[in-house]
Write a protein that binds this ligand. Structure first.
Ligand SMILES: [Zn+2]
Length: 469
């Protein structure tokens, strides 16, 4: 059998990253992410896996984000025992994030079923905390650049992707009857210059590249503008005695926000209003960051700051909120205050409660600091809708909604072109994944206009043969 690659997610979209590599000796799945989006549709898409979990030899996990790791418990639920390979930080982060995903599904289902008990509408969690615990027991950590063999006839390495703590590009060398083939899966790729992460370096000799295209058609604002915009929002909030709500991914974005506010306060650039990190997951993740502060994936400048100034994720009047009672108390407290809470696309978690309590107030500011997939509440807010449904109930939007693009931890078109340009020799095939149709098309057109061949935009379920030269 020739080496084959099948795309089972993040093909024409940005969630549910799953790519299956098959040789005559091995079946290796790259990522096993959850589809995110509108509740009803994503439940349907996540319910069943489009391949046989029991036939997998190994899973190579690029990083801990749920759209890359969130469907792993479905493997355990189906009785699969394949090892899940990743970096040590990704393993620690998944222990927090996958368990949180299981709990969140349980809590959301209970709350939804409670408020809809009269209408008879019901939802069920996709998997349980037991399924999550089972799959976490199959994780195998590997340091960056360390070579290992995840399956017969396959050797592999993780290389820094510069996206979030622990994030890796997956390099797989597979034996075929016509010689070895090197496949590089970028996972989510970071930027050449970011707040915390070290930039990704492409390896040599890649035959087939799978590269993300989330921002394939766009250029980000300069990350150095983040401080000024955030400072302006905090000063206005202090003057109006309002609340700033920041729906934030608990991984990376929250630490970036805290790090910037920490710097602004140190420089006396903003009033010292209370800041609450209202997400038990973000609290646990920040602890993982603190354990890995000297790690390879961090930017040198950030490492130097942390070494000189001490804890980069803590200051007086910053409170990490774990308990739900403490979280509820924030509803009754007057501003000014900043509340950073998950989930980042407003599809679940405590941010929904802060939104439903404050979204109809003119003194509330909602800062959109992360990617918002189509169909999510976060995207609707970013698009400026005037009414939203939260837990099935309608709310008018009187809050100010401000979108900040510079916080992205994804490569933009310039970063992606630079990365591909530095691959030597140029790969025979370049598969564009993890991008909405428009972004992916724009990147494909740009690559073709630069004379780069072998560019493919795979659709869901499409298989490609990777012939050795
Ligand atoms: Zn990611």
């Amino acid at each position: 059998m020739p080496l084959k690659l099948t795309f089972f997610g993040a093909a024409g979209g940005v969630t549910g990253s799953r790519h299956l590599l098959e040789s005559d000796q091995a079946r290796v799945l790259m990522d096993c992410g959850m589809f995110q989006g509108h509740r009803k549709e994503s439940i349907e898409r996540n319910k069943s896996l489009p391949f046989r979990p029991s036939e997998l030899d190994a899973v190579m996990l690029s990083h801990a984000h749920i759209d890359h790791s969130g469907a792993l418990p479905l493997l355990a639920k189906a009785g699969a025992e394949a090892s899940i390979h990743c970096t040590p930080a990704t393993q620690e982060l998944c222990a927090v994030m996958i368990m949180d995903s299981a709990r969140l599904q349980k809590n959301d289902a209970e709350f939804f079923n409670k408020i809809h008990r009269n209408s008879g509408q019901r939802i069920e969690p996709l998997y349980t905390e037991e399924d999550a615990e089972k799959v976490l027991a199959n994780f195998k950590p590997h340091d960056y650049a360390a070579e290992f063999s995840p399956a017969k006839g396959v050797s592999a390495r993780f290389l820094n992707a510069g996206h979030v703590l622990g994030s890796a590009m997956v390099q797989v060398d597979a034996q075929t009857s016509r010689g070895p083939r090197r496949i590089l899966f970028s996972g989510d790729l970071g930027r050449r210059k970011s707040l915390l992460m070290h930039a990704p370096e492409p390896p040599a000799g890649v035959d087939a590249l799978l590269i993300e295209s989330t921002y394939g058609g766009r250029f980000h604002e300069d990350v150095s503008d983040a401080e000024g915009k955030l400072a302006a929002a905090i000063r206005r909030c202090a003057a109006e005695k309002g609340k700033i709500l920041i729906p934030s991914f608990a991984l990376e974005r929250t630490q970036e926000i805290v790090f910037i506010i920490e710097k602004l306060r140190r420089e006396n650039a903003v009033p010292k209003i209370p800041v609450y990190i209202d997400s038990p997951m973000a609290v646990n993740i920040t602890e993982v960051f603190n354990r890995h502060l000297g790690g390879f994936c961090f930017d040198d400048e950030f490492k130097a700051y942390a070494a000189k100034e001490g804890d980069p994720f803590g200051f007086e009047s910053l409170k990490y909120v774990r308990g739900s009672e403490e979280s509820k108390k924030l509803n009754d407290m007057d501003g000014p205050m900043v509340i950073v809470s998950a989930s980042g696309m407003c599809e679940g978690g405590r941010i929904l409660h802060h939104l439903r309590n404050n979204i109809d107030k003119e003194t509330t500011a909602i800062l959109i600091v992360g990617y918002q997939a189509e169909g999510t509440l976060g995207r609707a807010l970013a698009d400026g809708v005037k009414t939203v449904k939260i837990f099935g109930l309608e709310h008018e939007v009187w809050a100010r909604v401000e979108t900040m693009h510079f916080f992205s931890s994804h490569a933009d078109q310039g970063d992606i072109l630079d990365f591909i340009g530095r691959l030597s020799p140029r790969p025979r095939s370049i598969f564009l994944v993890h991008g909405d149709g428009r972004e992916r098309r724009a990147l494909a057109e740009k690559l073709v206009s630069q004379g780069i061949g072998g560019v493919e935009c795979p659709e869901f379920g499409q298989t490609f043969e990777l012939e050795a030269p």
